[in-house]
Design a protein around this ligand. Structure first.
Ligand code: ZN
Length: 224
């Protein structure tokens, strides 16, 4: 236990930087490319001290039984929300020449809004038209998870996912639709309970292809 502003604060172990992904063997690398993100590090103990100072400044009694461990729990919760595991995105040659949309529907995600640091969550529909390479199917969910592991706006998250597929995977067309409920809008402010925000982003050299867009919107379905 350490004491911060007169409050007992339990010590937390230092968080290891996110582990970098391992590469496949050389032979596997001939068939697969690895796309990696950035690793980040955090100082959990400094965050916990700051959380205690923050809650104390808001007039909360951190000496009370109920709140004693809240700075530590709060720190762990936000550290978990921001813990980005760089996706190990394996791609495969599109030898069969697959020439239609690949779409993963209703991938659940959660993140926090960068304006209030309150959670927003919902589902992502992610589609792409392959070029020379295909992405492992489960990797679309990993991609969403990775980009959501930081303070975000829904608009930017949508755009980042579409751009990533167009640039890193060289998809000829990419479409992303997010449907999310923002607690900063439903629990505070206008308290618009149940309101959902829908955003879409298109990317790639065939971005303006109306037929692809219509097909994508049809497959993704009307916002629920
Ligand atoms: Zn917000």
């Amino acid at each position: 236990m350490t004491h911060i502003n007169g409050h007992a604060v339990s010590q937390l172990p230092a968080l290891r930087p996110a582990e970098l992904p391992l590469r496949d063997s050389d032979s596997a690398a001939d068939l697969a490319e690895q796309i990696t993100g950035d690793a980040t590090g955090v100082d959990l103990q400094a965050a916990q001290r700051a959380a205690a100072a923050f809650l104390g400044a808001l007039g909360l009694d951190l000496d009370s039984e109920e709140l004693r461990d809240t700075p530590a729990r709060m720190t762990q919760a936000y550290a978990e929300l921001f813990r980005a595991h760089p996706p190990r995105l394996t791609t495969f040659p599109n030898d069969e020449g697959y020439d239609e949309l690949v779409l993963a529907r209703a991938i659940p995600f959660r993140t926090v809004c960068e304006h209030h640091l309150l959670p927003f969550s919902g589902v992502a529909h992610v589609a792409y038209l392959p070029g020379a390479r295909l992405l492992g199917l489960s990797k679309l969910a990993r991609l969403v998870e990775f980009h959501a592991a930081r303070p975000q706006t829904q608009e930017r998250l949508t755009r980042q996912l579409a751009d990533y597929l167009a640039t890193e995977l060289s998809a000829r067309w990419a479409g992303v639709m997010l449907e999310a409920e923002h607690t900063c809008m439903t629990l505070r402010g206008v308290r618009a309970q149940g309101a959902k925000t829908v955003t879409t982003a298109l990317a790639g050299p065939l971005r303006t292809d109306r037929q692809r867009r219509a097909e994508f919107l049809d497959l993704a379905g009307a916002p629920s």
